[in-house]
Design a binder for this molecule. Structure first.
Ligand code: ADP
Length: 334
């Protein structure tokens, strides 16, 4: 009875012995994984599946889930594998068809990219005409003109950030180049000074003496988002420190510390979600799109780096990008 039920499940189910040999499998396993029962009884599962990715995952103990794997017997279908330990070292290999989920995710991504793209041209036209209007030519509009310009600029920035996110989401790896850190840090400092307009003390501490391997454009965009946040969320008179340091494991850390408003602990895990803000009014008032940290997260993922956030409300925050040693280069470019 139980075997009949498992046999009819839509997910592939394979019962394995302690040596990872097939003991039994259901119909979906035959359709999706290409197993044949009873022919494959006693055969090594990794060998039967013929997928190097699945074989490596199984050899490493099948920890966690293995996502987005083309089904060995139906490559247009994508599977998510998991391995469940049973009694006496026996195991259950499950493979779930996640094609519909992936398709929906793709539809969402395309929709956001298309809408952003379609909005770009009309916004550029509106913005262009607003720039052309002189307040003295239309006194009746003068009080609104600054606000109209600011809002059309803000919309333009949101669209640009959404397009950047769409590109980062579809990219598999960073466009690797040698990135000279010294000029990049100097540019970031200048950007911070321009945005602060003398309201903060800006310090640069650079003792890593190394460069990075990665995408210059994306790294600049991520670092510059952190710097701009530090300036925007720190009241006048505060201090912003930009640091570039080595890590004990040979990696390197780019960090931005501020003495600003800080962030209550419960918000920290959600900060990199799109449009997540601790305070919407403060974000808008300072020209935020709510997408900056989401961009940072995606850029770092493409560089196999991680984001660390430490913050104390009322005292300030430190955002750090931590790169592995394989991304670190000796200084060669000047
Ligand atoms: P925004 O455009 O709103 O700044 P971000 O994605 O860059 O969007 O940041 C998300 C939220 O994280 C911000 O709205 C703000 O509440 C909080 N935040 C980011 N950086 C800082 C910081 N340095 N100090 C305090 N809060 C910050």
């Amino acid at each position: 009875m139980l075997r009949d039920a498992a046999g009819a499940l839509p997910d592939a189910v394979v019962l394995l012995d302690a040596q990872m040999r097939v003991r039994w499998c259901n119909r979906a396993a035959q359709r999706l994984l290409g197993l044949q029962f009873p022919r494959d009884r006693g055969a090594d599962i990794a060998h039967c599946l013929g997928s190097p990715l699945v074989a490596t995952w199984l050899a490493e103990g099948g920890i966690g889930e293995l996502d987005e794997i083309p089904a060995p017997a139906a490559p247009e279908i994508h599977l998510c594998f998991s391995l469940i330990p049973l009694r006496d070292q026996a195991k259950l290999l499950l493979a779930r068809d996640i094609s519909a989920l992936l398709h929906l995710e793709q539809v969402r991504r395309d929709f956001v990219a298309n809408v952003s793209h379609e909005l770009r041209t009309p916004l550029t036209v509106i913005h262009g005409y607003l720039e052309l209007i002189e307040p003295e030519d239309v006194p009746a509009l003068a009080p609104m003109l600054d606000e109209l310009r600011a809002q059309s600029k803000r919309m333009g920035q949101i669209v640009e950030d959404l397009l950047t996110l769409s590109r980062l989401e579809t990219q598999q790896r960073a466009d690797d180049e040698d990135v000279a850190m010294q000029p990049l840090l100097a540019t970031l400092r200048k950007e911070a000074e321009a945005l602060s307009a003398g309201r903060h003390v800006i310090a640069l501490e650079e003792d890593a003496h190394c460069d990075l391997r990665g995408s210059p454009r994306d790294l600049h965009s991520a670092f510059s988002n952190l710097v701009s946040n530090a300036v925007r969320y720190t009241p006048e008179g505060g201090r912003i420190s930009i640091r570039w340091q080595r890590e004990p494991d040979g990696g390197a850390r780019f960090s931005v510390s501020d003495t600003g408003y800080g962030i209550p602990a419960q918000h920290i895990p959600r900060l990199t979600e799109r449009f997540y803000r601790v305070s919407s009014s403060r974000s808008r008032a300072t020209g935020g799109t709510g997408l900056g940290l989401s961009i940072v997260k995606h850029v770092l993922a493409l560089h196999e780096a991680r984001l660390e956030i430490a913050s104390a409300p009322g005292k300030g925050s430190t955002f750090s990008c931590v790169f592995g040693s394989e991304r670190v280069l000796p200084v060669t470019l000047q």
